[in-house]
Ligand binder design. Structure first.
Ligand code: ZN
Length: 165
């Protein structure tokens, strides 16, 4: 078992259950296996990453992450209506569909279609978990040093697997 503590540039694997304020399960590692990430690279929400710092394999923790340190507060200006004619395949535009757009600053933004009207479509660029307090039950199951390649790519590689990046 690893004696490392959670620190920057280490790969941490953890099991988790994520619930909202009402105790409803939003997401869980059950069935997927532990989630690996590189600590210090903002691969996971800031509030959880902060609480994991210094922990060891076998540690279990319960972390409540505010929206500010989670997926953000809802921003009214991220809800925008665009003309239906802006879509190449208007018949593919359905409520609940998600796709990436470029913001005016040139950043990719995931938007969700929340309304389809006769002439326009309303898009919501807020994260589906914006405004949600995140209740994590976490158990750390492994900690290892990230490889040079993982650090340069900013993401983890499965054992023995190289990636095309
Ligand atoms: Zn890679």
């Amino acid at each position: 078992m690893s004696d490392f503590t959670v620190q920057n540039d280490y790969v941490v694997e953890f099991n988790y259950t994520l619930k909202d304020d009402d105790g409803e399960v939003i997401d869980s590692s059950e069935g997927h296996g532990p989630l690996p990430y590189i600590h210090g690279k903002a691969n996971i929400v800031a509030g959880l990453e902060k609480e994991l710092t210094g922990k060891k394999v076998g540690d279990k923790l319960n972390v409540v992450v505010s929206p500010e340190e989670g997926y953000g507060k809802r921003q009214a200006d991220l809800v925008q209506s665009v003309p239906l004619s802006a879509f190449d395949e208007a018949n593919e535009v359905k409520v609940g569909a998600q796709f990436h757009v470029q913001t005016e600053a040139g950043h990719p933004l995931l938007v969700t279609v929340i309304e389809v009207n006769e002439n326009d479509v309303v898009l919501d660029g807020n994260h589906p978990l914006a405004d949600v307090s995140l209740h994590f039950d976490v158990e750390i199951v492994n900690i290892r040093k990230a490889t040079e390649q993982e650090l340069s790519h900013g993401h983890i590689h499965a054992p023995g697997e190289s990636c095309g990046d």
